[in-house]
Design a protein around this ligand. Structure first.
Ligand code: DGL
Length: 258
């Protein structure tokens, strides 16, 4: 079954474009609409109720533009709100959760690190997922301040470097062999993380897995876009220049209040 309607994606800001890129790479023919709710970033410090309300607002905006599926390109929104979204709307939702499973399964030291927001690490969904891996020591670290700096476009600032060192050094001392990135903003920090982490520590993010899952659900349920030229729309309610820069100036960003 073919379906020309767009894939809708939202995040608290520009970070979910790491998920958008994985989806666009796998399914270049799909139309997409990306919402950067930068005005309300970071979600990671908000209450569960606030995160649910913002996720509903973003979902309705995308549904009004005929989204055939919604990708919640934000770990914090997924772990706090996806259950409510799935109950409220008929459209399929794809969420993004920290990839603890592959890290725990492959870890030789049986110690893995996870860097995520406070909202994700304190969520019920995340804590239930962690309970399954009793044999693995999971060192949790809140990435205080990282989303704020990324939203300002300060990926390489001395402050970023200082924060990353302070979060990673204790994990390195504990002998982790995997670092799970539990926030869709963090893949943009991989070059900086690689400079700090010893070579043997692997970094895992969820972009590719989310793209594959999106493909599978479209194929089985909503329908894929036929081959052809696709349009990719980006809306930001913050500074559009920061979103344009993270997209390497390959896409135009429209300022919109939502
Ligand atoms: N990209 C969001 C996530 O994956 C960032 C959260 C925030 O806004 O604090 O969790």
């Amino acid at each position: 079954m073919a379906n020309n309607n767009p894939i809708g994606l939202f995040d608290s800001g520009i970070g979910g474009t790491s998920i958008w890129s994985a989806i666009h790479e796998l399914m270049p023919y799909e139309e997409t609409i990306y919402l950067a709710d930068s005005k309300n970033a970071p979600y990671g410090l908000k209450s569960k109720d606030e995160i649910i309300a913002l996720s509903i607002k973003n979902t309705e905006f995308l549904l009004n533009l005929n989204a055939k599926i919604i990708v919640v390109a934000c770990n914090t929104a997924t772990t706090n709100a996806i259950k409510e979204l799935r109950t409220k709307y008929d459209v399929p939702f794809i969420g993004i959760e920290p990839a603890i499973k592959p890290a725990a399964m492959h870890s030789k030291t049986q110690k893995i690190g996870i860097l995520a927001t406070k909202g994700t690490l304190s969520s019920e969904l995340f804590n239930k997922a962690v309970e399954i891996y009793q044999d693995t020591i999971i060192i949790e670290q809140i990435g205080h301040g990282l989303v704020e700096l990324i939203e300002k476009g300060q990926l390489n600032s001395p402050e970023m470097n200082r924060l990353l060192h302070s979060y990673l050094e204790p994990m390195i001392k504990e002998n982790i062999d995997y670092l799970v990135l539990g926030c869709s903003h963090y893949p943009y920090l991989i070059p900086q993380l690689r400079k700090i982490l010893p070579q043997h520590i692997q970094i895992i993010d969820s972009g590719e897995a989310v793209a594959k899952q999106t493909y599978n659900v479209l194929n089985a349920k909503s329908g894929l876009h036929p081959e052809g030229k696709s349009t990719n729309i980006f809306y930001s309610n913050g500074d559009p220049k920061v979103l344009e820069a993270i997209l390497n100036h390959q896409h135009k960003v429209t300022s919109k209040d939502f």
